[in-house]
Each structure stands twice: as C-alpha cells, then as structure tokens.
Design a protein around this ligand. Structure first.
Ligand code: GLN
Length: 483
C-alpha cells in the first residue's frame, strides 16, 4: 500500500479497495518503524491524522470524490499548523504552537488531505543538506552516510523512503528541487506568487515559494492544484486563474523547443551528471522536442547576488524572534539587552547566526548601495537573461545540481562550498520563475536530477514535459534499498 502514488490512492478510494483510515494506519506504522533511520519527521501527528482520515472516509461515503480527499501528506515544519508545533527546525521555536493554519495547510485540509506530521528541514530553511536542524540531521535513504539535500530534506527523504506519497515544501534558492534531485523524487517550485506564503515562517520573502514534493509529476500536479490560488492575506499572491494541471499532462511534446544553456556545462559540473542530462535530452527528442543552445550570461553573478539578498531579507525577517514576542527566552536575564542577546544566541544555530550577521551588514548604512542594491541590479539582469531566452524556447533544461549528494561533514568547514552547489537552482528564485526537478539517473548509487524551467505561470508545461518523460523512463520508480 505504501508504494502507491496520490493518483493511485485516489483510484483505490474510488473503487473502495481501502479506506483512508486503513491507509493512514499503514503509513503511520511505517513512519514509526522506519523513520528513526532517516529522521525525516520533527512531529508525527497521529491523532490529527486519524481524525482527518475518518472525516475523509465519511465525506466519501456521502458521495464526495475529490482527488485529495483522504490523501495522506505531511507539511514541512515551517508551515503554521494550528495547535501543532511549528518549529522551522530551530530551538528558537521548539515551544511554538501556531495559533492558526497557513493558507496552504488550510486549503489542503479543506480538500480532505490527512496530515501525518511535520517534516524536518534545515533551520529556518537555510541550507542545502538538512543537517542544521535543531532536531538532528535528515539522512538520505539512498545512502545513510550522505545528505538528502535541503532545506526540504525531510519532505524529500520521507517521500523517497515511501513513508508517504507526497509532502509540501518551500524553495527559496532550490530547497524543493535540490533535495528532490538528491533523493530521486520529483519536486515542483511554482512561480513566485502562485501559492500563498501566508502562514509560512519567512526566510527571504521575495524569494520564498511553497510547492510540492512527490514521486511523480502527476502527483505534483495534484498537490499543486490543492495549494495554488490567490490569497488576499498575502500581498504578493497573484490573482491569476488556476488551470487544471492534470488536464495538460498528456499533451504532445511534438515541436517543443528546449533551450539548453551553454553556461550550465562548464567546469564544476560532474561529467557523469552531464552525460545523464544528455541522455534525458535524447529521450525528450524521441518524443518530438527540438533542442537549441541558449545563453544565460549572468548566471555567474547569481550566487553572490543571492547570498546578499537572501541573508539581507532573513536578517529582517528573523528580527521578530527576540525571546519577548516569540520563541526561546534565556534564563534569568540581567537586563533587556542581555535578554535579547542571550535568547537569540541560544535559540539560533550557527548558520542562521552567520546569515543574520551577513544580512545586517549588507543592509547597514554605507554598505547598502555596494551590496544590496548591486545584488538587486544583478537580479534584474538574471531575469532579463531568462526573458530573452524564453523568446526562443518553451522550456529550459539542465542539471539540478552540479554534483550528487555529499557525505555528512564534507562541507562543514566551508559554508561557501555548499553555497556554490546552488548554482543552477537559485536563478529561478531570483527571477521568480517556476522550476521542476525530476529523476534522471544515478552516479555511484546516488540519484541525479534534471531541472526544467518555464516562463511565468507555465507550471502546466513543466508538469506536462516531466509526465511525458516519466511515462517513457523508469528512474522515478526506483526505490532505495531497505525501504
Ligand atoms: N541552499 C539555499 C540557501 O541556503 C536555498 C535554501 C532554500 O531554498 N530554502 O539559502
């Protein structure tokens, strides 16, 4: 039962093969049995899950048949969930029970999903390895000595290990696509503004976007359908109609113009990954796509720009965690300043503190123009590169990451080494574009992802191409040993 996708589960419910309660019990037992190996959950919400499953079964008995009705999922632990710990994987929020549901959580609950728990992640979504969590690192189910990617490593690892079919996640610079690539699942980061950010603990507000992690593009389409749409509570939410994402999955790829950026294949890309990407291109050509070389000349400047903008916004967003209004408070403070200093010093981990300092520095008087403003200008150039490219092609294809997952500890003494691994993913966030990563093969037993990028609001095109690819390949159905 645990092998089924959301689409298969919906068919199973419709044919009365099993109930949501039965399925929920099977998955909860699997999580209890197997998750200690990978640590993909921060909280398991058994009571809530069983209550929601019974309610979904009752709604089905009354004739309702929504595709998400009774579907078991989990939420990354930065989506506010009413009455349930919402920690963002930080000691700072270990004691925080959200007083309300994030819009995404509320929408999916209304569609009838069953929340099995909250997934582990990098602290405040800062990282690429899910090893900075206050609750311990998430392990990669393909090899427990390797990182699962991050920051949404818990959502990705849980889906890869067949603990559940799909989960929500967020992507500020690659946090959906990169862990999807490292764990052999499919991850979709929608257009900025497509999914409400209301009730998501902010990292970098102009880059953050919620999306889906699942095993197939079809399931990402199903989950996105339940999440997307205008929300008056989020001032950056965009009032665009939400198309039927599953309806376009089977459109033909005949004549689809794929752009392959020449800058993606320079030094720094593992040649074995380059080969796998070429194979995926050939596969899509067989389906009728035509390939064109394109150029994204400003990609080189994207990492420095991102690592100014993201920390700058983070330093501002995280100022609210002061031990007074929210979060961890130190014992016996001497005075107000001592309270702030020690509460924040004790509550935040090393990487979060580093980014707050970098961000505060970049925003400070005298440095603002040199760093923040300059980074914003680069951001515009990156966006312009994409706009030019999309005049000529329908979709852009390349590797999701330059290297496969690394061993725990390999980058501990060098944060910049980890930042460099984000080279292919962060440009979509700087420009606000939708992106998807899907399984494309293995290097020494570790999964590799191919990334697709599309123009604004063309999530349907990404899902269509990925679904066609997955209908003709079997990388995405491979299961890590022991799971
Ligand atoms: N690795 C990137 C960072 O640490 C992206 C994280 C994310 O998308 N949340 O900022």
């Amino acid at each position: 039962m645990h092998q089924m996708t959301l689409a298969e589960i919906a068919r199973g419910f419709a044919h009365k093969k099993f109930s949501s309660e039965e399925l929920t019990k099977v998955l909860l037992a699997r999580i209890t049995q197997l998750d200690p190996q990978i640590n993909s959950f921060i909280s398991i919400t058994e009571e809530l899950a069983l209550k929601q499953a019974k309610a979904a079964d009752a709604r089905r008995a009354n004739g309702e048949n929504g595709v998400l009705l009774g579907a078991p999922i989990a939420h990354k632990d930065l989506f506010c969930t009413r009455g349930i710990r919402t920690s963002s994987a930080s000691k700072m929020l270990d004691n925080f029970k959200a007083p309300y549901d994030a819009t995404v959580v509320a929408k999916l609950a209304a569609a009838g999903t069953v929340t099995l728990g909250k997934t582990n992640m990098d602290e405040f979504a800062m990282g690429s390895a899910s090893d900075s969590s206050w609750y311990g690192a998430v392990k990669n189910p393909w090899n427990l000595e390797y990182v699962p990617g991050g920051s949404s490593g818990g959502s990705a690892a849980a889906v890869a290990a067949r603990l559940l079919p799909a989960a929500t996640a967020t992507d500020t610079g690659g946090s959906i696509r990169q862990p999807a690539a490292f764990t052999n699942v499919t991850g979709l980061k929608p257009t900025y503004g497509r999914v409400s950010r209301w009730g998501i603990i902010a990292y970098a507000s102009s880059l953050d976007q919620a999306g889906a992690v699942a095993r197939t593009a079809e399931d990402c389409a199903i989950l996105l359908q339940g999440m997307a749409g205008f929300d008056p509570n989020d001032s950056t939410s965009i009032d665009e109609p939400v198309p039927d994402y599953t309806a376009s999955l089977n459109a033909s790829l005949q004549g689809l113009r794929i752009g392959v950026p020449k800058e993606y294949f320079g030094a720094g890309l593992d040649p074995r990954i380059a080969d796998l990407i070429q194979n995926s291109i050939k596969e899509l050509q067989k389906l009728g796509a035509v390939v064109k070389e394109i150029s994204l000349p400003n990609i080189l400047h994207a990492i420095p720009a991102y690592y100014v903008i993201a920390p700058a916004e983070a330093s501002s967003n995280l100022s609210r965690f002061d031990g007074v209004r929210f979060g961890h408070r130190c014992e016996d403070p001497n005075n107000l300043e001592d309270l702030y200093k020690r509460s924040r010093g004790e509550g935040f981990g090393a990487e979060v503190q580093r980014r707050i300092m970098v961000g505060a520095y970049a925003l400070s008087a005298g440095y603002y123009d040199a760093y923040y403003l300059k980074a914003q200008k680069i951001r515009r150039l990156v966006k312009n590169d994409f706009m030019t490219a999309f005049n000529e092609v329908d979709i852009i294809l390349g590797p999701t990451t330059p290297n496969p997952a690394w061993k725990f500890g390999a980058k501990n003494n060098d944060p910049v080494a980890a930042y460099l691994e984000d080279v292919y993913t962060i440009t979509a966030n700087l420009a606000g574009l939708p992106g998807l990563s899907m399984p494309a093969g293995f290097v020494e037993g570790l999964p590799v992802g191919v990334q697709l990028l599309a123009p604004y609001f063309q999530e349907g095109r990404l899902l269509n191409v990925a679904h066609q690819y997955q209908s003709h390949t079997d990388w995405h159905v491979r299961i890590p040993q022991g799971f």
